[in-house]
Ligand binder design. Sequence first.
Ligand code: ADP
Ligand code: MG
Length: 367
Amino acid sequence: MNAVAAPPPAAVEIVALSKRYAAGTPAAVDRIDLRIASGSYCCLLGPSGCGKSTTLRMIAGHESVTSGDILLDNRNITNLPAAARGTAMMFQSFALFPHLSATDNVAFSLKMKGVGKAERQKRARDLLDRVAMGHLAERKPGELSGGQQQRVALARALITEPRVLLLDEPLSALDPFLRIQMRAELRRWQKELGLTFVHVTHSQEEAMALADTMVVMNHGVIEQVGSPHQIYNHPANEFVARFMGGHNVFDTSTGPIAVRNDHMRIAPASDGAASGGLAATVTDVEYQGTYVLLGLALQATPPGRQNVSVLMGEAAFLARPYAQGQAVSLAWAEADARALATTPQASPPHPIPVPLPATFHTEALSS
Ligand code: ADP
Ligand code: MG
């Protein structure tokens, strides 16, 4: 690390922001409000087409706004050109120029601005030092590992001294092993630089691993904002519970509830203690190492209509294994059931209400 001064991070505020690409089409982003704390790591998460990239591009100034405002530390930047906003963008798989050295890649935007060669090379080298890449500054991207390329891409984004770094699916083109390494590195750099990061991803796992604040989007609107812990433990509605995964959603007479699949209690149907639980049949047994994931079909609903999963610790499974086709009984502790608001588009076409387990013989059932 050397003495390059870090730019101060900025808070991002989005007020009633909308984007409609063409008249008569649904809004890609529909009057969203969001405040991203200065110096935080924020992930915009949601399925493909939900408006994540559109939101990010409007913050960057690469896309015009249909209505609403974008503020950086209370300064309205909605109509500023991209280069004047104090934001910078890091793209999918880094998008480095293959024929340029790391230094020239990093210095590129200064060259475009007419900064003299000696000055821009010095600033590029300083930044490469800062991301521990100074010793490889003359290499071309093809001569660098994925991790080293990511650091060059980061230095290239930082050369404009942004206060907010915007990242659009930066890890999605990498193989799974490298993706996990690189996300740890992104997280480390964000903390070390103290910048505000806004990172778009469709991966729940990636968002949970990275974010201080997760913003779950769906059809151009925000469904929930919170820490990964808050969202995973208290999904606001059916869409969030289903999208985050790891939850079973039960349509009951009093509305939908979610139960984490590692909070489900399971016992063989033949076990006397299992009376009063939901009758189900094991359809799949998937060994995952630390855990075993059981897929189940509820007997009260038409086959395939409502599938349920149970995540068991390996030791608990080995102590009492379950096999495909086995009849079992499911229950959960009342405290583990989360009432959900209904999201129409997240429901199956014809939700089948299931009877709640009449009694909770939870002590007798293994979890
Ligand atoms: P995400 O990044 O969440 O996958 P996008 O923001 O790219 O979603 O897209 C949101 C919606 O806007 C989608 O329906 C998409 O087809 C549409 N869209 C995105 N970019 C354009 C564009 N340049 N012109 C017209 N429609 C677009
Ligand atoms: Mg996108």
